[in-house]
Design a protein around this ligand. Sequence first.
Ligand code: ASP
Ligand code: MG
Length: 401
Amino acid sequence: MSLIVMKFGGSSVADAECMFRVAQRITDCYKAGNEVVVVLSAQGDTTDELIEKAREINPNGSKREMDMLLSCGEQMSVALCAMAIQKLGFPVVSLNAWQVNLRTDSRYGNAHITKTSAKRIREELDRQRIVLVTGFQGISREEDITTLGRGGSDTSAVALAVALKADLCQIYTDVDGVYTADPRLVPNAKKLQEITYDDMLELASLGAKVLHNRSVQMAKRYHIDLEVLSSFKNVPGTIVKEVAKMEKVVISGVAMDQSIARIALVGLNNEPGVAYQIFAKLAKKNIDVDVILQSIGRGDSKDISITVTREACDEAVRVLEENREELGFEYLNVRKDVAKVSIVGGGMLNTPGIAASMFQALYEEHINIHMISTSEIKITVLIDEDKADRAVRAIHNKFFD
Ligand code: ASP
Ligand code: MG
């Protein structure tokens, strides 16, 4: 007997028909003799619709109340799915974050899980029940409801898999695995049988929307094997694990992220402490900075460019403008029409010429690069947003054709 955590995304539970398809999958797994814990996301576009409802009432409602609202979607899903499973004649119970004591810090809208207990779930499993748990939500130290950030149900699933010492954590979604690029964009993208945590982590952070990146981090830390697979098709998915069989490829995939903005601080003083001041101000407001580029100093002035999420851009600009005098820049140059395109792969570690091939693909498409950033296993470029699709295809062709 294995303990399996299954997680189904919003598109997998979008309507009654989907709900019964999922209920069938769950009960098949249960009938096969497994203990089954299921984490669900809100149905279809429910979370977006709730955000829209909030905007109609008050676009500046507090983050606490937003979390109170957004957590409702997941609660609907588990209750409805439990009813579907009851109709199929199986013992089932649905639980929310309170009941499984899923604790988080207090960052409303982007809370991080601090601990969760297996106790209640264990008791229910011992009663031979299928256990359904709300994804995405948690409880803060102040006993408030929090949410884990968009796509956060994946992370709920992995956290429960860790707490329950599950044998496998399956993430069911509307694609049947992890591809070398978004198949909607690159028709000849290939499905990977296996991928390492590290490559997956980079791909997830870089905009490949299959998995919430914190779920991969947690899976890596606690050695939970993840399987990404389709809830619609009965085919093997992609396994995310420590060591993957690398089929003679140096890169695992090409990712694109269009949800970013670039802010350039022009005319900073060319002296020690300037970067520190800027990043301390942004960090204090919990604004994550991604790519950072500092120009070579010209006499007593230099520029620093950063990228942030498009969502955080206005706030970042506000923080910087408020401190303009102290930070000492001449002006900000902000662009929201940019995109990040990246290649990822542990295989590039010992392979020279990878960057050259990527830049050549862009050159051949006459696409200009605004910023470059690299790590041991990824290369990222910032380009104009309207050229991003073309860039992904060109780069993918360079490496995979
Ligand atoms: N329902 C939440 C969202 O749409 C969480 C999730 O789907 O994982 O972001
Ligand atoms: Mg998701």
